[in-house]
Design a protein. Structure first.
Length: 130
């Protein structure tokens, strides 16, 4: 799963986050468009990469469980990030509970159907599980 997309990433819009379990349904990597006259592929599948990720949110706590890998080697070990989160405008800040690292800041867009997290050039789209 993953699509490399040329151009500018859409901006995060913020919004009200609904508590629940979300699963990763799409992932995008944004790259600068080709301007030297070479072949410009606006969207192309990221090959060889596989992702698995779940996001669980309550009113103030978050848990992200996920793994990445390659089609050849399979998924790596799950990585768990859990802690409290706050939102401010279009940013979601996840502060780990067990001081396992620094706070992680994501851009985000929330809707009744899911949440989109923006992390650098990556855009991960999660669907709310009914």
């Amino acid at each position: 799963m993953g699509i490399r997309t040329a151009g500018e990433q859409p901006p995060p819009l913020g919004g009200t986050i609904a508590p629940g379990t979300y699963v990763l349904s799409e992932a995008y990597v944004w790259v600068a468009p080709i301007v030297d006259g070479g072949e410009d592929v606006a969207r192309q599948q990221v090959t060889g990469k596989i992702f698995s990720k779940q996001l669980r949110l309550t009113a103030a706590h978050a848990k992200i469980i996920g793994a990445e890998g390659t089609e050849t080697d399979g998924l790596g070990a799950d990585r768990l990030t859990a802690g409290t989160y706050t939102t401010r405008e279009t940013s979601l800040v996840l502060t780990p509970t067990c001081a396992t690292g620094p706070a992680e800041t994501y851009g985000y867009t929330a809707s009744s159907a899911g949440i989109v997290l923006y992390d650098g050039d990556r855009q991960e789209i999660f669907t709310l599980v009914p």
